[in-house]
Ligand binder design. Structure first.
Ligand SMILES: [Zn+2]
Length: 326
């Protein structure tokens, strides 16, 4: 019998973080702030911890070391690790302006995949905004000069956000999450970030955080791109679904449950549920379990039918396409 695997997030206390993930989402950390909680992560910089089943206490890397990656499904055949990384992010202050490389550049320069990512705005303070791409085409020389003289924000799209919005950020797009935004991030399993502007801030050690200007000049897309994509809501029995994004790297939906919704996990891909609001009961052939805001649950490939009953909202992430191995 294949059972759901409940996961505990790995918390990061980056200098811009707040305390909402602890206070509202039940995240646990000894640090005095929680910037990010890595809810589905199998990476050298952090792996989520199993908190249910016979393997409770192992982290996902140890689980993969023990059992391999067949639980991810046939679309992940040949993968040595979980190909996506899913986080909750609480930006009490602005994040640095940054860019991520694509697969080819990242493999050559960093030995890991590139990073295309997607943000789902869970909550925000009124007027909260993010930066997304350039607001007009700029030359490499101008980009370099504006990093140097710290006027980069003048050529960036500043976008005010609302809860429920989606931002898809292909590798190469300049971006920054602004103060007051709490979001869920679905991304490739990569932790490579090239920072180009950090507001002159100093870390806990009193030092400026490093910038990565040369690499950013190599990888940044200096043409304009549309900042946000909205997806229609579809009614399903017991709730609604919004299909967020199906790119080469992941497919995610937001599901609102107001009754009983039914889904199925086949042999091709796992499902990962990240509960954003409310509570419900998850029913599988293996039994029932309560789920509530902040829970992270991996449903291994081949689990079969599952139902979620209650009043809640969750993001479900799958690998609908075969993962391209490098
Ligand atoms: Zn990023």
């Amino acid at each position: 019998m294949i059972e759901p695997i409940f996961l505990q997030g790995i918390c990061k206390d980056y200098l811009w973080g707040g305390n909402r993930l602890r206070e509202e989402f039940g995240k646990v950390s000894d640090a005095d702030k929680i910037a990010e909680s890595w809810e589905l992560a199998c990476h050298k910089d952090g792996s989520s911890i199993l908190r249910s089943g016979a393997d409770a206490g192992l982290d996902l890397q140890e689980y993969v070391d023990r059992y391999g990656t067949a639980f991810l499904g046939t679309n992940c055949a040949g993968c040595e690790t979980v190909p996506v990384l899913i986080k909750l992010i609480d930006a009490k202050q602005d994040l640095s302006i940054q860019v991520h490389p694509d697969d080819a550049y990242a493999m050559a320069a960093e030995g890991e995949p590139g990073k295309t990512e997607m943000w789902y705005i869970v909550d925000c303070t009124p007027g909260a905004a993010l930066y997304y791409g350039v607001n007009r085409e700029v030359s490499k020389e101008e980009f370099a000069r504006r990093i140097e003289n710290q006027s980069l924000t003048e050529i960036l799209n500043r976008v005010e956000v609302k809860p429920g919005e989606l931002y898809f950020i292909p590798s190469g797009t300049l971006h920054a999450i602004g103060a007051g935004i709490l979001l869920a991030e679905i991304q490739q399993n990569s932790n490579t970030t090239y920072r180009v502007y950090d507001y002159g801030r100093r870390g806990a050690d009193g030092k400026l955080r490093p910038l990565h200007v040369e690499k950013a000049l190599d990888v940044t897309n200096l043409r304009t791109t549309a900042p946000t994509v909205q997806y229609p809501t579809q009614n399903i029995p017991g709730g609604t679904v919004r299909k967020l994004e199906a790119c080469d790297y992941f497919a995610s939906d937001v599901v609102n449950v107001s009754g009983t919704t039914a889904f199925s996990v086949g042999e091709e891909t796992f499902h990962h549920l990240l509960v954003l609001t409310g509570e419900g009961v998850l029913k599988t052939a293996a039994g029932t379990a309560k789920i509530s805001k902040g829970d992270s649950v991996l449903l291994p490939a081949g689990l079969g039918k599952y139902e979620v009953t209650g009043n809640c909202q969750f993001i479900v992430t799958r690998m609908d396409k075969p993962v391209r191995l490098k």
